[in-house]
Design a protein around this ligand. Structure first.
Ligand SMILES: [Fe+2]
Ligand SMILES: [Fe+2]
Length: 290
């Protein structure tokens, strides 16, 4: 069985369109049993998501996707949860795709299980010495000072914040574009519960399980030695809880993730863990033959 996997096509971003189209052209010439798009296919505009999915209209195998955080960015009248649970699955279905988060795919003796995954700041860069409340607000101390409206938070931590933290001007835009209606930790908990149920079920039904996550399950996949404004983003890369859950299932042979735009290939327990590593200007296609 042959599975094609790509991610972070970001078809809503101008500089990403040509490389996404080039990749779709390559996929069009290939024969495989399944294609998985591993998140951040587009942003808030669902029409652009549909256009992105339509590029793969002629692919003859199973077409599957996992949403990314950018896919949960909302228009004013929507919530991220509506997008995750209803709007994205409906748009995907119209274009011949199904969302793995809501139903795993069983192909022969292999189960494909997926989740957007999320973050709980457990992968944050500790050396930055930024209190966790800033991560919850998705703003660095320097940016909090610059944009204003965070006086209480800045005063609370005045004695632990120094030159380095005030020099760090970064925001994580999910804080402005996503509306989950719950904390990041609560959303992750929901996702983990669903993923656990699916993995337990698939471990009985299949001989082999392959997992697809948008966010990262292991700290070793987070890019290291980055300038502080990039290091701030480590908190939003994923969660150790995801990785701990996967390690409980012996039938998982391969895990794919994306999101960091930084390729990686590690071995954890019995699992090959691959970060697709597509960037805005360059798209990677992984081929898994089992
Ligand atoms: Fe992305
Ligand atoms: Fe992402």
């Amino acid at each position: 069985m042959k599975i094609l996997i790509t991610a972070d096509l970001h078809y809503d971003v101008r500089r990403s369109r040509a490389p996404a189209e080039e990749l779709a052209g390559r996929v069009g010439d290939m024969r495989a049993d399944a294609l998985v798009l591993l998140g951040d296919s587009a942003g808030a505009d669902l029409d652009v998501l549909r256009q992105c999915l339509r590029m793969f209209a002629d692919f003859p195998g199973r077409k599957l996707l996992v949403p990314g955080n950018h896919c949960l960015w909302c228009h004013r009248e929507e919530t991220s949860l509506q997008r995750y649970e209803q709007l994205i699955p409906a748009a995907a279905k119209e274009e011949g795709f199904s969302v793995l988060d809501h139903e795993p795919a069983i192909l022969g003796d292999t189960a494909l299980v997926g989740s957007i995954g999320w973050y709980d700041y457990s992968l944050r860069e500790e050396s930055l010495n930024i209190p966790i409340e800033f991560y919850r607000e998705k703003i660095s101390p320097g940016a909090a000072k610059y944009y204003g409206g965070y006086d209480e938070l800045l005063a609370k931590y005045a004695d632990v914040l120094g030159e380095r933290q005030y020099a760090l001007g970064a925001r994580w835009m999910d804080g402005w574009r996503c509306r989950l209606g719950m904390t990041d930790e609560e959303f992750l908990r929901r996702l983990l519960d669903t993923l656990e149920t699916q993995l337990t079920d698939c471990a009985v039904r299949a001989e082999r399980v392959i997992v697809f996550l948008h966010h990262l399950p292991y700290a070793t996949l987070v890019p290291k030695n980055r300038p502080d404004h990039f290091a701030f983003a480590a908190a939003y890369m994923g969660s150790e809880r995801l990785g701990e859950l996967l390690l409980r299932y012996e039938k998982i042979t391969d895990v794919y993730c994306a999101h960091s735009h930084w390729p990686g290939r590690i071995r954890v327990g019995n699992m090959n863990v691959v970060n697709i590593g597509s960037t805005y200007r360059w798209k990677n296609l992984e081929i898994l033959e089992v």
